[in-house]
Ligand binder design. Structure first.
Ligand code: GTP
Ligand code: SPV
Ligand code: MN
Length: 601
């Protein structure tokens, strides 16, 4: 196997931060014996370590230094062109039985899978450095916070984990030396980045993840989709909390009343943008702050739902990000940012489709080839990403580090739907809200390999991320509702409805504030709504559309319920539930019947 990640040799005082926990030491020893690295690098998360790793990564062309004046302390990484997104077809949940993984996951038998993966890992780190990355998910004093270790042979992974998690000493301190303490074991090796030898496997019962053959994002930053969602959701059900693919934002009125909202949209469907929303001029005095942009861990306390963001940074979609669409993201990524698969301009700046201003006359595209505006290829990959620490965000919520989390007033589900689904509506109650989540669908995006633009059911935006049987997951949602005396209201939104000429009907981005405002009004029991078969719908007068310049016909199209389309939608819901083979809770089957009956009235 070609060595694509040659070993590096740190000076004294770097890479020697060995933990005291014997269970960790034993496990690292075992993986070391298997993978046979040249040396072991124990990360501590320090500045000095970071500088050393960056310098070595520059030498090995893992990173390209960007223009220091334009984007200080920022770098570009290009992944292998065969490795640019999550790969769902080689992502496995390895529970003892197939039933536990359920109908929506790829399952493979744990013992066989370990043996296959250990075979691939045998000698895989020869000539490479094995990095041990201790990290913590969640604020330091939250009861939900978890510790993980990722073993990796990728410098890019180490540098990314330092941005995306609370990495290093802080995690070692949190874990302590109790050999029985709970912590997640993550093993990652690039191998030779061969799609045929690429597997992302989760062993929920062992709190273990093994990922091989990829160097990209959600496949290899094991803290994120693997731990915080797949293993997280499994642990959450067992321990009575929730791990969800949701952003968390705060919204404060000019009078100083503040609500927090959590929203589940599938990959590349607007979470980061919504979490960083800047209210338009018309909403002077309103303020939106970000708690998290991708993942929420939530628990019930005093009959309310409280949420923390387990992450420490944002791994966001770059294309389409501009001062017009998302100024807070733009400010966040102007320094101390690690870019992946964007274009490089001749003056060492970065460029992508949808960035403000004119395209450069010449650039190097994400594959490393010459690019000009006449090229037929995209300059930046559609799933190119930034990794930036959350402290860069000018709109960071002041309570983001609060261990008890923030109280959630509303939960929003939303997908990318060109038709059928109105701009916004509200569930009649919790169980109806669970139905909205369970039946949501979205057009697929570039965030995962495979066809783009195909409508698929993606319950709670968790289809690729639920680490156990989806039927049990629905049941868990219903059970959580029973413990909530003050449950959040549940809404469904669709920013992506199109007119017959194929244009988005809704301007989206900052203007989503208008929809958010209606939801907050509903939480405060003052927003108007009309009862429709699908739920509570705002009448056009209930939405503040002042100064938007949108015509009445478009508003009617946005909020309309087309009975013919909904008959098809009802069939699709039923077909989806049927496809799950009898695991859907009775309550949700009941909801489907009630929805159908409401259309008969
Ligand atoms: P992941 O990081 O993959 O989970 O994605 P995400 O859900 O955070 O999506 P993100 O906010 O990065 O947006 C993805 C794409 O959707 C970008 O190209 C955005 O420009 C586009 N987008 C986001 N919000 C809106 C909106 O309100 N309207 C429209 N039309 N597009 C939007
Ligand atoms: C997603 O696909 O939902 C992401 C990007 O947030 S990745 O981390 O690659 O999964
Ligand atoms: Mn995501």
């Amino acid at each position: 196997m070609k060595n694509i990640a040659p070993a590096i040799f740190p000076p004294n005082g770097i890479g020697d931060s060995k933990p005291t926990n014997q269970a960790v030491l034993d496990w690292v020893h075992e993986i070391g014996k298997l993978t046979k690295p040249e040396n072991i690098f124990w990360c501590d998360g320090s500045e000095r370590e970071n500088e050393f790793l960056i310098a070595e990564s520059l030498k090995q062309n893992v990173l390209i230094k960007l223009n220091e004046e334009k984007i200080p302390r920022s770098y570009l990484h290009r992944s292998n062109p065969n490795d640019v997104a999550r790969v769902e077809k080689v992502t496995f949940i390895c529970t003892p039985t197939k039933e536990e993984a359920g109908p929506t996951n790829n399952w493979s038998e744990p013992a066989e899978t370990y043996s296959k993966l250990y075979g691939l890992l045998d000698g895989a780190m020869r000539g490479r450095t094995m990095f041990i990355v201790p990290y913590m998910m969640g604020p330091p004093d939250s009861p939900l916070t978890k510790v993980g270790f990722e073993i990796t042979d990728s410098k890019y992974v180490v540098l990314s984990m330092r941005i995306m998690t609370r990495m290093g000493k802080i995690a070692l301190e949190r874990l302590g030396s109790d050999p029985k303490a709970e912590w997640n074991r993550g093993v990652h090796s690039l191998l030779d980045v061969d799609p045929d030898r690429r597997f992302i496997c989760h062993f929920p019962q062992d709190n273990t993840i093994i990922s091989v053959g990829s160097g990209y994002g959600g496949n290899v930053l094991l803290s994120k989709k693997c731990l915080a969602l797949r293993i997280g959701s499994y642990l959450a059900r067992k321990q009575g909390w929730m791990a969800e693919h949701m952003l968390i934002l705060g919204v404060e009125s000019p009078q100083g009343r503040k609500h927090y909202v959590a929203a589940a949209f599938p990959s590349a469907c607007g979470k980061t943008n919504f979490a960083m929303l800047i209210p338009p001029e018309h909403f002077k005095g309103w303020k939106v702050t970000t708690v998290g942009d991708d993942i929420a861990w939530m628990e019930v306390r005093d009959g309310r739902l409280f949420a923390v963001n387990p992450e420490n940074g944002y791994f966001g979609v770059v294309p389409g990000t501009s001062y017009k669409s998302n100024p807070n993201a733009m400010k966040s990524i102007e320094h101390d940012t690690l870019y992946t698969n964007v274009a490089l301009t001749d003056d060492g700046d970065v460029w992508w489709e949808g960035k403000d201003g004119e395209p450069p006359k010449h650039a190097i595209d994400w594959r490393g080839n010459d690019w000009t505006p006449d090229s037929t290829e995209k300059a930046a990959h559609p799933n190119s990403r930034f990794a930036t620490p959350m402290r860069n965000n000018p709109a960071l919520d002041p309570d983001v580090e609060k261990g008890e989390g923030v109280p959630i007033s509303a939960i929003i589900f939303g997908g990318r739907r060109s038709d059928t689904v109105p701009l916004v509506y509200e569930a009649f109650d919790w169980t109806h809200g669970v139905y909205l989540g369970a039946t949501m669908a979205s057009e697929t995006t570039a965030a995962a390999t495979g066809a783009v633009g195909q409508v698929r059911r993606d319950p709670m935006a968790m289809l690729p991320f639920c680490g156990y049987n989806i039927g049990d997951y629905f049941r868990h949602w219903i059970d959580i509702g029973k413990r909530l005396t003050n449950p959040p209201l549940i809404f469904n939104v669709n920013w992506f409805r199109k007119s017959t000429n194929g244009k988005f009907l809704w301007p989206g981005f900052g203007e989503n504030m208008r929809v958010l405002k209606w939801m907050i009004d509903r939480c405060e029991k003052k927003g108007g709504a009309i009862k429709s078969p699908v739920g509570w719908l705002p009448a056009p007068r209930d939405l503040d559309l002042d100064g938007l310049g949108i015509d009445d016909k478009s508003v009617a199209d946005l909020l309309g319920i087309d009975h013919e389309e909904w008959q098809k939608e009802l069939v699709a819901h039923k077909r989806f539930f049927d496809s799950l083979g009898g695991v859907v809770p009775e309550e949700l089957i009941g909801q489907h019947k009630q929805l159908a009956a409401r259309f008969e009235l």
